[in-house]
Design a protein around this ligand. Structure first.
Ligand code: NAD
Length: 230
């Protein structure tokens, strides 16, 4: 029998206990910066050095942190389910933990791309400075989807969501679209679980809410789902 398909939407909250700050828990500031300053094309045009430095710091920090029990628990689901992780995170902690199918909606810190061609993407672990050039001679920039830019991976994510047998949401304030609308594409009647320490306002009653941190509640949820298939 074909394995059931679990689709998991994650946000900054799953990486919080690895030591990477979330965004909205800090009053809408990302590491002390107004989000439009460091995560918009206008911000990059206004002060490219500040934006490059911001992501240089995020990238350097990422290389010092490790996946936590939340990331790791999701990997074990692959023993019994077909699992797709759709993450809003730009860190690589799902991959580091061992998840094999991960879709990054908002780009990846450990990749860079040409300013002239959004498809010219390269692996990147170093700093990017003004004058660090892509192969086509344009300024290299972080491979991050900034506010106002297209989210090319959303159509792939929607396709996966529309075939989900179980849908899980972990550690996202569901404020950033189109990611926040993904649960609308799951087939009617699909069980939806949400893990977060904070209950979102107006949470729909058909969503099973598990209140708590990712390292505590994700292993619990995974244990329950593993028992379901015995
Ligand atoms: P958000 O900061 O808006 O919301 C974080 C959510 O995580 C909140 O609902 C909060 O209650 C919850 N949370 C906090 N601690 C938690 C824990 N220990 N366990 C589980 N949940 C916890 O994050 P978002 O919705 O992902 O949107 C932020 C945007 O900023 C994203 O699009 C992302 O690209 C970017 N961002 C990425 C990272 C990262 O890659 N790790 C970090 C910060 C921001």
């Amino acid at each position: 029998m074909a394995k059931q398909h679990i689709v998991i939407l994650t946000g900054a909250g799953i990486s919080a206990e690895s030591g990477i700050s979330t965004f909205r828990d800090a009053n809408g500031l990302w590491e002390g910066h107004d989000i439009m300053e460091v995560a918009s094309p206008q911000g990059f045009a206004t002060d490219p050095a500040l934006v490059l430095d911001f992501y240089n710091q995020r990238r350097a920090q990422l290389l010092t942190v490790k996946p936590n029990a939340g990331h790791t628990a999701l990997v074990s689901l692959e023993e019994k389910y077909d699992v797709t992780v759709v993450t809003q995170n730009v860190d690589n902690l799902h991959e580091e933990a061992g998840s094999t199918k991960v879709i990054h909606l908002h780009g990846e810190l450990l990749k860079a791309r040409s300013s002239a061609d959004s498809n010219a993407i390269v692996d990147w672990t170093e700093d990017i400075n003004i004058g660090t050039l892509a192969e086509d001679g344009s300024q290299l920039r972080p491979h991050i989807v900034w506010f106002g830019e297209d989210v090319p991976m959303i159509s792939t994510a929607v396709e996966y969501a529309s075939t989900a047998d179980i849908f899980i949401i972990i550690g996202t304030s569901l404020q950033v679209y189109p990611a926040a609308s993904l649960s609308q594409y799951v087939p009617l009647g699909t069980p939806i679980y949400l893990v977060d320490p904070n209950k979102p306002e107006g949470l729909s009653s058909h969503i099973h809410f598990l209140q708590g941190s990712a390292t505590e509640k994700v292993p619990e949820l995974v244990g329950m789902l593993m028992d379901l298939t015995d």
